[in-house]
Design a protein around this ligand. Sequence first.
Ligand SMILES: Cc1ncc(COP(=O)(O)O)c(C=O)c1O
Length: 464
Amino acid sequence: MPEPSARLSPEPPAGFGALLPHMRTEAPGPRSRELATLLERHEAPTASTLARGQVPVFWERTRDANILDVDGNLYVDLTAGFCVAVAGHSNPRIVAALSEQAAVMMHSQGASNPNPLRARLAQRLAELAPGNLSVSHLANTGAEAIEVALKTARLHTGRSMVIAFQGGFHGKTIGALAATSQNYYRAPFQGELGGVVHLPYAYCYRCAFGREYPACDTFCADYVRHVIEMPDSGVADIAALVVEPVQGHGGWIVPPPSFLAKLRRICDDHGILLIADEIITGCGRTGRLFAVEHAGVVPDILTVAKGLASGFPISAMITTPEIAAAWKPLQHTSTFLGNPVGCAAALASLAEITERGLVARAAEMEGRFRERLDQMQRRCALIGDVRILGSMAGIELVEDRRTKKPAAAQAARAVANALQRGVMATNLGGTYHNVIKMSPPLVITWEQLSVALDLLEESVQQAA
Ligand SMILES: Cc1ncc(COP(=O)(O)O)c(C=O)c1O
């Protein structure tokens, strides 16, 4: 069999970035299928859907809110590639910054020889982060930032246990996986995942306590206090509480602001460090630079990744000087720490986010999503719940609004239907795999958003 070529298609169409969908073949097309055979042959089944018999669409070019696949199909992206491309895919300013830096110096020794951009990025993060969060540790992935956060909390407090939440996701390296709740990822490694207790999140649509907000007065947060304060709860020696301000993998679950505020008070009362995992929600995604701002909460440790460089792998754990002082020099390093190209990309991405008003745009997007998704819910019986904060907008599909039976098969069909219409809405998730999770690049045009949501509605209707 001839090897599929990895050649880039010659030129993108005029206006690429702000274009509406245009499909040339079914998705995935023949070239995606051809490349899939190559990937399946040579890549471990860890990292794609191929082992499940599902052929993914191979992306070839991206710009702003457009994706061009290897078969020439043009999509509007409602996912930003797992919430990453906050400032737009292949944002020209970020591309220029990282290309210039790569030409000058691609690597400086992570631990022993820093580069100027590393100092500038650490300074910029200190300026932007809330409260006294003024020192950071740079890393490459979200999971790594979480690892450092958990280790920092344990070092600083001298305690061992962590409270995390059911439905929470924090990464798949062993330390982060311990805090992650999804049993699918955890099951084979269960024996190595100690030190974390998972408690119910403020998932109001499916309240673990059978209560209703606001009458419940966020009882779920009170329950966290109960577990900590009850002498015989079996939970003791708690170093940290790690929480996503909006649960991502859990299904775009937006808690009432009082949930986080109560958690802050509980942590203060018990000398527990509050870790806000803002790997999805940070960098403007929710209409504030950091989602904790919605609740007026300053965490002790904050983690960012995805949107930090809008596509280049870099992450950060940000904390206070006092908490960071628990570390001894060189106790946690990695080869690519503070990579100059990553720092250049992050600085440019943060400049785009702050200077182009993208945070305000995410806030405005919330109103647009609200109007359109509420209308969609009135017209589609499948839509049980609509959850939105800034540019994070999710619809939870159910077979019956009364029983709330999850409609996972219909959700999968809706996403597949949308793909055929040129709408990338592939972030299907939630505990029951029935939530269509949207998080477009913040530079998506209002026309692109409006057309993509019309096409999504058709796709959901067709899936019923
Ligand atoms: C909230 C949250 N934390 C941590 C991670 C892990 O990040 P990474 O996949 O870069 O390791 C993710 C990834 O999706 C995430 O959504």
